[in-house]
Design a protein around this ligand. Structure first.
Ligand SMILES: Nc1nc2c(ncn2[C@@H]2O[C@H](COP(=O)(O)OP(=O)(O)O)[C@@H](O)[C@H]2O)c(=O)[nH]1
Ligand SMILES: [Mg+2]
Length: 203
Protein backbone atom coordinates (compact mmCIF):
# COMPACT_ATOMS: atom_id res chain seq x y z
CA UNK A 1 0.00 0.00 0.00
CA UNK A 2 1.11 3.52 -0.70
CA UNK A 3 2.26 5.13 2.40
CA UNK A 4 5.52 6.61 3.42
CA UNK A 5 6.99 8.57 6.22
CA UNK A 6 9.66 11.08 5.50
CA UNK A 7 11.97 9.30 7.91
CA UNK A 8 11.11 5.67 8.50
CA UNK A 9 13.86 5.26 11.11
CA UNK A 10 12.13 7.64 13.46
CA UNK A 11 10.76 5.66 16.37
CA UNK A 12 8.81 8.24 18.32
CA UNK A 13 5.25 8.64 17.07
CA UNK A 14 5.65 12.33 16.25
CA UNK A 15 3.46 14.18 13.84
CA UNK A 16 5.21 13.03 10.68
CA UNK A 17 2.30 12.78 8.28
CA UNK A 18 1.40 9.72 6.32
CA UNK A 19 1.58 10.44 2.60
CA UNK A 20 -0.90 8.76 0.32
CA UNK A 21 -1.11 8.76 -3.41
CA UNK A 22 -4.47 9.34 -5.05
CA UNK A 23 -5.28 9.32 -8.75
CA UNK A 24 -7.80 11.61 -10.39
CA UNK A 25 -9.10 10.01 -13.55
CA UNK A 26 -11.94 10.44 -16.00
CA UNK A 27 -12.59 11.48 -19.56
CA UNK A 28 -11.17 14.38 -21.46
CA UNK A 29 -12.47 17.75 -20.23
CA UNK A 30 -14.32 16.35 -17.22
CA UNK A 31 -12.52 18.62 -14.75
CA UNK A 32 -9.48 16.70 -13.49
CA UNK A 33 -7.05 19.60 -13.82
CA UNK A 34 -9.68 21.90 -12.31
CA UNK A 35 -10.18 19.63 -9.28
CA UNK A 36 -6.47 19.22 -8.59
CA UNK A 37 -6.02 22.99 -8.91
CA UNK A 38 -8.97 23.69 -6.60
CA UNK A 39 -7.64 21.67 -3.69
CA UNK A 40 -3.88 21.79 -4.04
CA UNK A 41 -1.86 23.68 -1.44
CA UNK A 42 1.08 23.88 -3.76
CA UNK A 43 0.87 25.47 -7.16
CA UNK A 44 -0.24 22.45 -9.14
CA UNK A 45 2.27 21.18 -11.58
CA UNK A 46 0.54 20.96 -14.89
CA UNK A 47 1.70 19.73 -18.17
CA UNK A 48 -0.84 21.32 -20.39
CA UNK A 49 -0.29 21.77 -24.05
CA UNK A 50 -2.36 23.87 -26.38
CA UNK A 51 -4.76 21.62 -28.26
CA UNK A 52 -3.04 21.30 -31.57
CA UNK A 53 -4.78 21.25 -34.89
CA UNK A 54 -3.49 17.72 -35.22
CA UNK A 55 -5.21 16.66 -32.00
CA UNK A 56 -8.46 18.43 -32.77
CA UNK A 57 -10.16 15.57 -34.63
CA UNK A 58 -9.46 13.16 -31.76
CA UNK A 59 -9.83 15.52 -28.79
CA UNK A 60 -13.61 15.66 -28.61
CA UNK A 61 -14.41 19.06 -27.11
CA UNK A 62 -18.17 18.88 -27.52
CA UNK A 63 -19.67 20.41 -24.40
CA UNK A 64 -16.35 21.93 -23.31
CA UNK A 65 -15.80 24.21 -26.30
CA UNK A 66 -13.89 26.78 -24.24
CA UNK A 67 -11.20 24.22 -23.52
CA UNK A 68 -8.03 25.15 -25.35
CA UNK A 69 -5.37 23.23 -23.46
CA UNK A 70 -5.07 19.56 -22.72
CA UNK A 71 -3.09 17.63 -20.15
CA UNK A 72 -0.52 15.57 -21.94
CA UNK A 73 1.23 13.99 -18.99
CA UNK A 74 -0.41 14.67 -15.66
CA UNK A 75 -1.48 17.11 -13.02
CA UNK A 76 0.19 16.97 -9.67
CA UNK A 77 -0.95 18.54 -6.42
CA UNK A 78 -0.85 18.11 -2.67
CA UNK A 79 -3.38 18.56 0.11
CA UNK A 80 -3.12 18.06 3.86
CA UNK A 81 -6.40 16.38 4.79
CA UNK A 82 -5.55 16.12 8.46
CA UNK A 83 -2.39 16.97 10.42
CA UNK A 84 -1.25 13.42 10.02
CA UNK A 85 -2.46 12.77 6.48
CA UNK A 86 -1.15 14.28 3.28
CA UNK A 87 -2.54 13.36 -0.12
CA UNK A 88 -0.53 13.57 -3.28
CA UNK A 89 -2.85 13.96 -6.22
CA UNK A 90 -2.05 12.73 -9.68
CA UNK A 91 -4.38 13.65 -12.50
CA UNK A 92 -4.29 11.09 -15.22
CA UNK A 93 -4.28 12.11 -18.85
CA UNK A 94 -7.80 11.81 -20.21
CA UNK A 95 -7.16 10.77 -23.75
CA UNK A 96 -6.88 7.19 -24.87
CA UNK A 97 -3.62 7.83 -26.61
CA UNK A 98 -1.91 8.39 -23.25
CA UNK A 99 -3.00 5.09 -21.72
CA UNK A 100 0.58 3.90 -21.59
CA UNK A 101 1.19 6.35 -18.74
CA UNK A 102 -1.52 4.93 -16.52
CA UNK A 103 0.34 1.93 -15.21
CA UNK A 104 3.22 4.15 -14.15
CA UNK A 105 0.86 6.58 -12.43
CA UNK A 106 -1.10 3.81 -10.74
CA UNK A 107 2.01 2.38 -9.05
CA UNK A 108 1.51 2.67 -5.32
CA UNK A 109 -1.80 4.48 -5.58
CA UNK A 110 -4.04 3.96 -2.55
CA UNK A 111 -7.22 4.97 -4.30
CA UNK A 112 -8.71 6.93 -7.15
CA UNK A 113 -11.41 9.41 -8.00
CA UNK A 114 -13.20 8.88 -11.29
CA UNK A 115 -14.69 12.16 -12.41
CA UNK A 116 -17.80 11.86 -14.52
CA UNK A 117 -19.83 14.26 -16.63
CA UNK A 118 -23.40 13.05 -17.02
CA UNK A 119 -23.52 14.54 -20.54
CA UNK A 120 -20.79 12.10 -21.53
CA UNK A 121 -20.94 9.39 -18.96
CA UNK A 122 -19.40 6.82 -21.28
CA UNK A 123 -16.12 8.75 -21.15
CA UNK A 124 -15.42 7.38 -17.70
CA UNK A 125 -16.13 3.72 -18.50
CA UNK A 126 -12.47 3.08 -19.24
CA UNK A 127 -11.30 4.54 -15.93
CA UNK A 128 -13.91 2.60 -13.93
CA UNK A 129 -12.90 -0.57 -15.72
CA UNK A 130 -9.22 0.11 -15.10
CA UNK A 131 -9.58 0.51 -11.31
CA UNK A 132 -12.03 -2.38 -10.97
CA UNK A 133 -9.63 -4.72 -12.74
CA UNK A 134 -6.69 -3.71 -10.61
CA UNK A 135 -8.62 -3.75 -7.36
CA UNK A 136 -7.81 -0.09 -6.67
CA UNK A 137 -10.59 1.37 -4.48
CA UNK A 138 -12.28 4.30 -6.20
CA UNK A 139 -15.22 6.64 -5.90
CA UNK A 140 -17.14 8.25 -8.74
CA UNK A 141 -17.56 12.02 -8.50
CA UNK A 142 -20.10 13.56 -10.84
CA UNK A 143 -18.87 17.02 -11.79
CA UNK A 144 -22.03 19.09 -12.00
CA UNK A 145 -21.35 21.39 -14.92
CA UNK A 146 -23.74 24.29 -15.31
CA UNK A 147 -26.61 23.29 -17.49
CA UNK A 148 -25.98 19.59 -17.07
CA UNK A 149 -29.12 17.73 -16.22
CA UNK A 150 -28.88 16.73 -12.60
CA UNK A 151 -28.75 13.02 -12.11
CA UNK A 152 -29.14 11.37 -8.82
CA UNK A 153 -26.13 9.34 -7.71
CA UNK A 154 -28.10 6.09 -7.83
CA UNK A 155 -28.89 6.41 -11.53
CA UNK A 156 -25.21 7.12 -12.21
CA UNK A 157 -24.31 4.01 -10.22
CA UNK A 158 -26.74 1.99 -12.29
CA UNK A 159 -25.54 3.41 -15.59
CA UNK A 160 -21.94 2.61 -14.68
CA UNK A 161 -22.89 -0.79 -13.24
CA UNK A 162 -20.96 -0.07 -10.04
CA UNK A 163 -20.78 -2.32 -7.01
CA UNK A 164 -23.05 -1.14 -4.24
CA UNK A 165 -20.06 -0.23 -2.04
CA UNK A 166 -18.54 2.23 -4.51
CA UNK A 167 -19.32 5.78 -3.37
CA UNK A 168 -20.97 8.07 -5.94
CA UNK A 169 -20.96 11.74 -5.03
CA UNK A 170 -21.90 14.98 -6.75
CA UNK A 171 -19.32 17.75 -6.82
CA UNK A 172 -18.23 21.01 -8.35
CA UNK A 173 -14.60 20.51 -9.31
CA UNK A 174 -14.00 24.27 -9.10
CA UNK A 175 -14.96 24.49 -5.42
CA UNK A 176 -12.27 23.64 -2.93
CA UNK A 177 -14.64 22.36 -0.23
CA UNK A 178 -16.60 20.28 -2.71
CA UNK A 179 -13.44 18.77 -4.21
CA UNK A 180 -12.04 18.15 -0.73
CA UNK A 181 -15.22 16.34 0.23
CA UNK A 182 -14.70 14.01 -2.74
CA UNK A 183 -11.18 13.24 -1.55
CA UNK A 184 -12.31 12.53 2.00
CA UNK A 185 -15.04 10.22 0.67
CA UNK A 186 -12.63 8.16 -1.39
CA UNK A 187 -9.96 7.96 1.32
CA UNK A 188 -12.56 6.74 3.83
CA UNK A 189 -13.79 4.22 1.27
CA UNK A 190 -10.23 3.01 0.65
CA UNK A 191 -9.70 2.59 4.38
CA UNK A 192 -12.87 0.49 4.58
CA UNK A 193 -11.78 -1.66 1.63
CA UNK A 194 -8.33 -2.15 3.17
CA UNK A 195 -9.93 -3.16 6.44
CA UNK A 196 -12.22 -5.69 4.76
CA UNK A 197 -9.25 -7.15 2.90
CA UNK A 198 -7.39 -7.56 6.18
CA UNK A 199 -10.37 -9.18 7.84
CA UNK A 200 -12.41 -10.75 5.04
CA UNK A 201 -14.53 -12.80 7.44
CA UNK A 202 -15.73 -9.73 9.31
CA UNK A 203 -17.57 -8.27 6.29
N1 LIG B 1 -19.12 25.09 -15.58
C1 LIG B 1 -18.19 24.28 -15.12
N2 LIG B 1 -17.04 24.21 -15.80
C2 LIG B 1 -16.08 23.38 -15.34
C3 LIG B 1 -16.26 22.59 -14.18
N3 LIG B 1 -15.14 21.83 -14.00
C4 LIG B 1 -14.32 22.14 -15.02
N4 LIG B 1 -14.86 23.09 -15.82
C5 LIG B 1 -14.29 23.66 -17.04
O1 LIG B 1 -14.26 22.59 -17.98
C6 LIG B 1 -13.08 22.64 -18.74
C7 LIG B 1 -12.34 21.31 -18.63
O2 LIG B 1 -11.79 21.15 -17.35
P1 LIG B 1 -10.35 20.51 -17.11
O3 LIG B 1 -10.11 20.55 -15.64
O4 LIG B 1 -9.30 21.13 -17.97
O5 LIG B 1 -10.61 19.03 -17.62
P2 LIG B 1 -9.60 17.78 -17.69
O6 LIG B 1 -9.36 17.51 -19.14
O7 LIG B 1 -10.36 16.65 -17.07
O8 LIG B 1 -8.37 18.13 -16.94
C8 LIG B 1 -12.27 23.83 -18.23
O9 LIG B 1 -12.48 24.91 -19.11
C9 LIG B 1 -12.86 24.10 -16.84
O10 LIG B 1 -12.77 25.46 -16.49
C10 LIG B 1 -17.50 22.70 -13.47
O11 LIG B 1 -17.75 22.07 -12.45
N5 LIG B 1 -18.42 23.57 -13.99
MG1 LIG C 1 -6.47 18.18 -17.60
Amino acid sequence: MAFARSDSRRTTPTAEPVALKLLVAGGFGVGKTTLVGAVSEIRPLRTEEALSEVGRPVDDTEGVESKTTTTVAMDFGRITLKDDLVLYLFGTPGQDRFWFLWDELAQGALCAVVLADTRRLEDCFAAVDYFERRGIPFAVAVNCFDGARLHDPESVREALDLDSGVPVVLCDARERESAKNVLITVVEHAAKVAESRRHPAAT
